[in-house]
Design a protein around this ligand. Structure first.
Ligand code: ADP
Ligand code: MG
Length: 694
């Protein structure tokens, strides 16, 4: 195997390569562009494109593509060859600055929510030089933003970049009060990706997994996650090989995958890379997800990122670790004496205020049909947003609110009671795993995003709401004669006003929703319920003020997401019905008729034979067949009725209120039958089979 140092970043046109290959004047200008967001002129772009092409061809690339993130959330690419055929039969290899900077894919096949009228399908992709170009499968991929002919964002990257700009502007303003001018500000993200690995043959035998990414039927396995033996347990050899190969692929792309371990559920695992700037981290996460699928298939496995592939078992989340850095210094690092660290407290206060004021926008930034199975269902985190600070910070906040002196308890030494083990300093904050928004030492961990989600929306919201509260702070202290005094008074007021959002308890506890309701915190359980918040007055005012999204862009997004929700549930409804009619009902009928024949055969031998048990079983199977058949009729009707609705909100609500309950009622009966029908008759692989393999 190649040395890690040789492998690492070998497929990325990163800073090191640029420095080596670009004329030094061009390199300087490009660095300046990256640092200050200055535009690049065509001459420089031509020089960059040329170097990029030469490098890519040496690495075996034949094509290039503008790589972008339409509102579907996944990435898109259209490959163009570097080759330019000539009249004399030869071919020139070319790639110009213009081709690097701008592309023009047909936008008509991507959701735009009415932004693109049918006669104007044109869309542009624009190079994002802040995320490095890379080679994947012989194609030079250039990360780009995707916008309409009239300049509206048609993708997830554009608003994210605008939001990073907004928070950078406001953080700079705040840092000026601390005597720091012109710091380079960047929001940092480290996403922890959860996933399941199952065998390809099982996947191929389940229409639900194939079509929807999750099982729509299946009884719980005999053993779930109750023994907690899987978490951090030894990784199976097949999975170990997968992880090693995946790491090598990721390292080639400069993606610093570091931790990997089993998760709580059987067959579930997690991968966390080292954090990067938000946009690079999100590009990297999307690539990671793609590579996970690709590498899994080389091992005859399938990688599932869906938020709830298996009912009754932990789903997939994607914890979004987030912070702000200024010239490389972490603004959320409390240092050794947080109570005396005014700059840290100002940023902390801004985050707390932002999360409380814009709970709804944070909630909606992670809303999806898949994630509805996690948030507010039987799994954490809940749909109610609250902030966990930990004991030390919470005491500091209380001290500020009550104008008390904060007494630093200091770090205590842990004695493990065994002389040979080292004594170590106890962390001041215990780990809390149930909070949706937890302070974890020097960053916030937003735990609501789902496994399948593109993190751009969540980070666009986070950056923009914190930009807003940093601006509030800057406005409040701007003309104050005594900065420190005014800052402290401001924090006292803000923390008092927003203390309801702080909750250090157990978020899974049954009392919490009641307590949260008393505090006036929002609790949106479903996607259709919260999607209207995207285009609410509050949202339009906020995003327009910071130049992140316009009213039209927000409205179009709301429409696209409503549509996506309806389409997802529509597919689930159709697949449920198809599986029942084509596979489950025939199987249960066949099994029951085998029992009926057995009873008949026995009676033929002797009417004195007691077939009581078989008759009871036959009876239960027949009842099941009837119930399933009734329920699938109800489901079909609900799907047809919902599909016929035109207005997007009403349509999504119909899918939520009619189709989902019909599917779950149907599932209950099918799952009951799974416990009765003989193994050889059951038409699809069971949970036991899929989740426990060697
Ligand atoms: P957990 O204990 O939640 O499993 P991990 O150690 O697996 O946490 O992951 C923590 C993640 O947080 C890593 O991706 C790490 O790079 C990231 N992280 C650490 N510091 C920062 C920061 N300042 N900004 C953003 N992300 C960070
Ligand atoms: Mg985590």
């Amino acid at each position: 195997m190649a040395l890690i140092s040789d492998l690492y970043g070998s497929m990325v046109f990163n800073d090191h390569v640029m420095q080596e290959r670009l004329p030094s004047a061009t390199y300087k200008i490009l660095s300046q562009t990256l640092k200050e967001g200055k535009p690049l002129d065509l001459d420089e772009a031509n020089a960059v494109a040329h170097a990029m092409k030469e490098w890519a061809i040496e690495k075996g690339a034949t094509h290039y593509t503008h790589w972008f993130q339409p509102l579907t959330g996944i990435t898109s690419e259209k490959h163009d060859s570097f080759i330019n055929p000539q009249d004399d039969g030869r071919a020139l290899v070319s790639f110009s600055g213009k081709e690097l900077i701008q592309g023009e894919p047909d936008a008509s096949s991507f959701p735009s929510g009415g932004l693109r009228s049918t006669f104007e399908a044109r869309g542009y992709t624009a190079w994002d030089p802040t995320s490095y170009a890379f080679i994947k499968d012989g194609v030079l991929c250039i990360p780009t933003a995707f916008i309409s002919y009239t300049g509206e964002a048609l993708d997830k990257k554009t608003p994210l970049l605008r939001s990073m700009d907004a928070i950078a502007r406001e953080a700079k303003r705040v840092l000026r009060f601390f005597g720091r001018d012109n710091a380079t500000i960047c929001t940092t993200v480290g996403p922890e990706q959860e996933y399941f690995l199952i065998k390809e043959e099982d996947y191929a035998n389940r229409l639900d997994l194939l079509m929807t990414g999750r099982t729509l039927f299946g009884t719980s396995p005999c053993k779930g996650q109750e023994l907690e033996e899987h978490y951090f347990g030894a990784v199976r050899p097949t999975v170990k090989r997968f992880m090693e190969e995946l790491n090598a692929e990721l390292w080639k792309l400069d993606i610093p995958a570091t931790t990997e371990h089993n998760e709580v559920a059987p067959a579930q695992h997690e991968l966390a890379p080292i954090f990067m700037s938000a946009n690079a981290a999100i590009d990297a996460n999307l690539l990671t997800m793609e590579l996970m699928k690709k590498v899994a298939s080389r091992h005859s496995m399938i990688c599932l990122h869906h938020e709830k592939p298996f009912e009754g078992i932990n789903g997939n989340g994607k914890h979004n670790n987030w912070s702000i850095s200024a010239d490389g210094q972490n603004m959320l690092d409390p240092g050794s004496t947080p109570s005396e660290n005014l700059q840290f407290l100002v940023f902390l206060t801004a985050v707390i205020k932002a999360v409380d004021e814009y709970q709804g926008l944070l909630r909606v930034s992670v809303a999806s049909a898949g994630n509805d199975h996690r948030l507010g269902a039987n799994e954490a985190p809940p749909a109610i947003i609250s902030v966990f600070l930990g004991d030390e910070l919470e005491s500091i906040v209380r001290a500020i609110i009550h104008s008390d002196d904060y007494i630093n308890k200091g770090a205590s030494l842990m004695d493990l009671g065994v002389p040979t083990l080292p004594k170590f300093i106890k962390d001041n904050t215990d780990r809390n795993r149930t909070s949706p928004f937890a302070f974890t030492g020097n960053k916030f961990e937003f735990r609501m995003p789902g496994g399948e989600i593109n993190l751009s929306d969540a980070n666009t919201v986070l950056n923009t709401i914190v930009a807003k509260t940093l601006a509030d702070f800057a406005d409040a202290v701007e003309d104050a004669p005594d900065f420190e005094k005014t800052a402290k008074e401001y924090m006292k007021q803000v923390l008092t006003d927003h203390q309801r959002i702080i909750f250090n308890g157990d978020n899974y506890c049954d009392d919490w929703p009641l307590e949260a309701e008393k505090r006036g915190l929002l609790n949106y359980r479903s996607t259709p319920e919260c999607l209207p918040l995207i285009a609410s007055q509050e949202s339009i005012e906020l995003f327009e003020r910071f130049g992140v999204m316009s009213k039209i862009e927000l409205e179009s997004r709301m429409e696209v997401y409503l549509d996506q929700y309806s389409m997802k549930i529509n597919i689930e409804g159709l697949v449920s019905s198809r599986m029942v009619r084509a596979r489950y009902l025939p199987a249960i009928i066949e099994y029951s008729s085998m029992i009926a024949h057995s009873i008949e055969a026995k009676k033929d031998v002797s009417s004195a034979l007691n077939t009581r048990a078989e008759e009871a079983l036959l009876n239960r199977l027949t009842e099941g067949i009837n119930a399933i058949s009734d329920c699938v009729d109800v489901l079909d009707a609900a799907v047809a009725e919902s599909a016929a609705i035109a207005e997007p909100q009403a349509k999504a609500t119909a899918y939520l209120e009619k189709v989902i309950p019909a599917m779950s009622e149907l599932r209950t009966h099918v799952d009951e039958m799974e416990l009765l029908v003989g193994h050889d008759y059951w038409p699809v692989p069971s949970y036991n089979h899929m989740l426990f393999y060697t």
